[in-house]
Structure formats: C-alpha cells, structure tokens
Design a protein around this ligand. Structure first.
Ligand SMILES: Nc1nc2c(ncn2[C@@H]2O[C@H](COP(=O)(O)OP(=O)(O)OP(=O)(O)O)[C@@H](O)[C@H]2O)c(=O)[nH]1
Ligand SMILES: [Mg+2]
Length: 525
C-alpha cells in the first residue's frame, strides 16, 4: 500500500456536497461587519444553526466506531426531489451488508513481497501492517488478535503464497481458535481465491477493497457520497455474479432462456447490472448539477474558498474546527472519518470571511474503482482559491504521505497557479518537540493544542488575497464626499477610523485590483 506505484496513482479521496452553514462570527465586529459573511448565509442555503453536513445513515447496521461526526447536530436536508427519483435512489442504495455483524477477532495476514517488480521500494512491512490494523480498528467491535507477515515471491498467483508457505499458514490459522476472520492485506482478491482460502482456513477472508468499501459505506453521509460508494461496489457485485453464474452453470442453469423474455438468465443478470450502473450514474449527474449550481452561486458572491486536503487522519477536520471555532465538527481518530465535502465559514486576520472545505482523506493503494467513483467530485478542489495541505509530521511515513497527496492533486489536473500556491500546515507538532518546518510555504501547527494558528491564518490571508487579486489597503477619504459609500458598495470595508478634526476617515478595505483602479479613476488624488 505504501508503494511508489501507489504514490503515482490518481487521487484517492474525494467527494463533496456543499451545504449551508451559518457563519460563526469570530469576534464581535467593532465597526460595520464585512459584507461577505452575511452573504455567505444566502450562498450556502438555509443557514440553520449548525447546519451544512450531509444526512446520516450511510452504511447499514454496523460500522466504524465512534459514529457521530457529520451526522450530528444541525443536519441540512437535501433539497426535495422528484418523489420517483428519490425512490429510485433509495432502491439503488439498498444493499446486502459487506462484512459480517458482531464481534470479530481478526488475524491480519500481510503478504510481504520478496523481490520482483512489485516489491515496495519506499516502505516497510511494519507500516503497511500498522495501516491495515488501523483499518480494522476503524470497524466497530473488530480487533486484530494476531498479525502475520508472510513472505511471498509471486503475489499474483491465485493463492498468493507458495505451496509450502500456504500449508504452514493454514495450519497456524486453524490452530488459532479465537480467530473469527482473516484480513488478507492485498488490494483485491478474486472470488475463487476468497472461496478457496476460506475453505482452507475455515473462517471468512476479506481483502482491503471490501474493508475500505465497508468503511466508506458507513461513513458516507450525503446521498452523493452514498451513490459514489454504490458505484464503487459494482465491480465487486460483478465478480460475485460471475462466480455465482459459474457455479450455476455447473448445474446447467444459467444458459436457459427465461420463459417469454428471449433472454437467458445470464443475460438478464448482466442487463440488470448495466441498468443499475446507468441509474447510479444518472442520479449522480443530477446531484452534481445541483452542486455545480451551488459552486457557481458561491463564486458569484466572490466568496474565497480554501480546500483543506491531506492524508487520512492527518487532522484536517480538527484544524478546520480550530480555525473556525465550529463546535459541531467532530474529528475522530479513525481512517476516512470524513467522506463528504462540507463547507465551514471562518474569518482571517483582516476579518476577511473565508470558506474552508473539509475533504476526504487520501490513502495510498486504494482500489482503482473506488478512486474513480469519487474522483469526479474532487474537481471541486479545482475551483478553490487556495489549497491547504495538512500533514501529520509526527507520522513516520510523513514524506511518503506527502508524495501520495501531491500525486493525487496533480492527477486532478488542477490549474498550475493553484498547485504552485499550495500551503502546507505541518500538523501535530505537539508530538514532535522542537519541530521546525522546512520550505517557504510551510507552517508548524498543532490543531489540537491551538498552536501556530494565528500565523497560519495570516499566511492563508496573504494567499487568498493574492489568489483572488485583492489587497488590504487603508485609504484616507473625505467624510463629506461619496468615497466612503462607494467603498462600502464596491469593496469589503474592514475598519473606519474617523479623524474628526480633519473631516476625514482612514478606511481599511479589502479591494480587488480592478475596483481599486476604478476608485482611483473616480477619485483621483
Ligand atoms: N496530538 C495531536 N493530535 C491531533 C492533532 N490534530 C488532530 N489530531 C488527532 O488526529 C486524529 C484525526 O483527526 P481528524 O481531524 O479527524 O483527521 P482528518 O484528517 O480529518 O481524518 P479523515 O477525515 O479520517 O481523513 C484525531 O484523533 C485528532 O484528535 C494535533 O495537532 N496533535
Ligand atoms: Mg476529517
């Protein structure tokens, strides 16, 4: 999972649906409040207290622990839809559980590739194992009771391990009576492989794809995220179907024609699958159009947007919470806690209002279909003014994580100026005493302890101003003239200091270059 191969893959994070959240007012404004926050409410919809996350109920019965997060207080309902569409979407989302319910004591089997082109070059088995364990622990009532790192020279063969190694492994697993399931840390396992290993080991066997998919299912809140997960599941359904049909074929069942339909059983199954895929894609398209509409409204209101991206569990949600004072946000120590894009309003040092977009975390070596089904929504990042890349600098694989995230960003085809202006927040420095960030666009912070936040806000403000062609200026105007009201109409007035004896005021504004040009033309001197 931590391979270079993974690092050059397309993005593994993804979705977003922006909903309305009221703007937390950072501090009571001493003078006329900047115009943006008020308008932000309209831009994001209802403005209901605490609102803006997606709706709950993503994944069925059981799932990642410490549920709550975005499903908590102040959910904003999605816009009412055509009832028929609504029913169709709900139907598409009705699915069998992916993993068994109840307590599971897992044996983690990690195939360590010895030599060959697939040997990971940049990482060590222990970190791959640590990440796999974190995935298992994300599931409610699941624990890892045994871990085995097992060498293999040819992981692509059907049973992954050589004959002798497999026999030893089978013996060991069978002797572990408390084990109820095996998590085989491979990206994807074919159905025949799964069945054969389950028969040998006498417990259920899961691969990374199924576990990650299950976590995604459980954490997806908005309908868009849930549909994206449903789309990502189709390859799994297809391979299950193929397996079932092959078995049926053994009994002469699948090539028979269904009476009156002119189609064989196989053809009916394949057609239904195709129809399902088309329906999901259509439903996603409808939702995306709505999202684009919100995006356009936001841009029309000139509302600066900072997309907060980074490897999963690096502290994105915690940092946004610290920057905005948004008490409703619930960071969690688990992978993929955030699966829906949410927008959170905050203000920068010059009282410049800004929207932070919380995004899904990146994880290397996510199965391709999972990535593909989410990547379209990542395009939202392309429409932000500034990207803030949060990094967990206390993580031993911090550099590799950075490579993965940058590769994902590049894969999105973002505009070059946006990529060049990425700011890095080196987070969790409370765990790394004496940490000094290297690089000109990096700042050390601890989102949890509130360290370095003012410096980060100042850097964000400079980045937002330069990205949006704005600047902060203090202009002296005559109180008797029309300049002050002109500035109120055309720029964001941040502060007015009246000098009564001179009949003037020093007005601090955030103003676009174009508006400043007009101001100078209208009021020369
Ligand atoms: N020590 C320390 N822990 C932190 C810091 N920031 C975040 N954390 C912890 O890191 C864990 C993950 O935080 P989140 O904010 O949920 O991370 P995320 O990047 O949003 O994670 P995903 O949504 O799963 O991708 C939580 O347990 C946080 O309390 C920090 O500055 N210092
Ligand atoms: Mg998060």
């Amino acid at each position: 999972m931590w391979t270079l191969r993974a690092a050059v893959r397309r993005g593994a994070w993804l979705s977003r649906l922006v909903r309305g959240r009221p703007v937390p007012r950072a501090a009571p404004p001493p003078l006329p409040p900047p115009p943006w926050p008020g308008r932000a409410l309209a831009a994001f919809g209802t403005g209901k207290a605490g609102g803006l996350q997606g709706r709950g109920g993503g994944g069925g019965g059981r799932g990642p622990r410490a549920h709550g997060g975005t499903s908590g207080a102040g959910e904003a309902e999605e816009e009412p839809e055509d009832e028929e569409e609504e029913e169709e979407e709900e139907e598409l989302l009705r699915r069998e559980p992916l993993l068994p319910s109840g307590t599971q004591r897992v044996c983690l089997v990690h195939p360590e590739i010895k030599g060959g082109p697939r040997k990971p070059t940049l990482t060590r088995a222990e970190w791959q194992v640590a990440e796999a364990k974190a995935l298992v622990h994300t599931l409610d009532h699941w624990s890892v009771v045994e871990t085995m790192v097992v060498p293999t020279k040819a992981p692509d063969r059907k049973l992954i391990f050589g004959k002798g190694t497999l026999e030893q492994l089978t013996e060991k697993i069978r002797s572990l009576s408390e084990v109820t399931a095996v998590f085989l840390n491979v990206e994807r396992m074919s159905m025949p492989t799964k069945k054969e290993l389950e028969a040998a080991w006498r417990v259920q066997v899961f691969d990374r794809f199924t576990v990650v998919l299950h976590i995604f299912r459980c954490n997806a809140r908005t309908k868009e995220a849930r549909l994206q997960v449903a789309l990502a599941e189709l390859p799994l359904l297809r391979s299950n179907m193929k397996h079932d049909l092959a078995r049926l074929d053994g009994h002469g069942g699948n090539s028979r024609y269904i009476m009156g339909s002119g189609e064989s059983f196989v053809q009916v199954q394949q057609r239904l699958m195709k129809e399902k895929e088309m329906k999901i894609r259509r439903a996603l398209e409808r939702l995306r159009q709505k999202r684009q509409l919100l995006g356009r409204q936001r841009r029309r209101r000139e509302f600066p947007v900072v997309s907060v991206v980074g490897y999963t569990n690096c502290g994105k949600t915690t940092l946004i919470k610290a920057l905005t004072g948004d008490g409703a946000m619930q960071p969690r120590d688990q992978l993929f806690a955030t699966l829906d894009v949410t927008a959170h309003a905050g203000s920068l040092p010059s009282r410049l209002a800004v929207v932070y977009m919380d995004t899904i975390g990146f994880l290397s070596e996510l199965p391709h279909s999972l990535i593909a089904s989410f990547s379209a929504t990542l395009q939202d990042v392309a429409h932000s003014d500034v990207i803030l890349h949060v990094r967990d600098v206390s993580h031993p694989e911090a550099e590799l994580q950075k490579l993965s995230v940058l590769a994902a960003l590049r894969g999105l085809g973002l505009p070059a100026p946006l990529l060049d202006s990425v700011l890095e927040a080196h987070n969790k420095v409370d765990l790394v005493p004496g940490y000094r960030p290297s690089g000109p666009r990096a700042l050390a912070v601890s989102a949890l302890r509130g360290l370095g936040l003012e410096e980060l806000k100042a850097a964000l403000e400079a980045a937002v101003l330069s990205a949006t062609g704005r600047r902060v200026l203090t202009l002296r105007v005559r109180l008797a003239g029309p300049q002050l009201s002109w500035l109120h109409a055309e720029a964001a007035v941040q502060d007015v200091q009246v000098v009564p004896e001179a009949g003037v005021a020093d007005v601090t504004v955030i103003i676009s270059d174009a508006a400043y040009g007009r101001f100078r033309k209208l009021f020369p001197g």
